[in-house]
Design a protein around this ligand. Sequence first.
Ligand code: ATP
Ligand code: MG
Length: 183
Amino acid sequence: MRLFFALQPPADLAEALAGEALTLSRRYGGRPARPESIHLTLAFLGEVAAERLPDVLAAGRAVQVPEFDLTIDRFALWPHNGVLWAGCAPPADGLFRLVTDLREQLRASSIAFDGGSRFIPHVSLVRRVRTHGKLELPAPISRCWACSDFALIRSRLMAAGPDYAVVESFPLLPRGLSREPPN
Ligand code: ATP
Ligand code: MG
């Protein structure tokens, strides 16, 4: 099965971002993300054998990082793959903590994932944008995303676009708690 870990926005933010995706796709072409498919990938595992699923779930459950907020505040385009995406304001420490911990858990269980070298937080909004030269992207936005859990998602690639199903979601720790208690 094709698996990845991701953050999924609350419904109102997913709707708002899908609205942006639609507007952008009307302007630049390409395939807009649907609200239910909007996510921020934390680790892409790709094809995983069914017998490894318990280890993958255990890795997700072992993550212990506190809840955090993200501010989605920018649009960008990757010309090499035609993905137009929304990004977040740095430093996004909480997010990087989550990604670091999750990836450590995966490595500890010898679960392979892609894109390990440099993590660029992005929410794909429109795919297959074809551009010649620089796009005039819309003005920055500012939307708060309160992150209180993340999910393991199974992806099925269909002609009409990917079909995602949550396998399990993993709560983050209440704010202010971390794995190492202060001494
Ligand atoms: P499609 O491939 O049909 O455009 P998709 O990319 O949304 O759909 P998947 O290919 O299953 O669906 O990918 C799921 C998520 O993992 C997406 O956010 C995608 O950008 C990310 N992803 C896919 N392949 C990789 C990879 N090799 N490295 C890092 N992230 C990846
Ligand atoms: Mg893909």
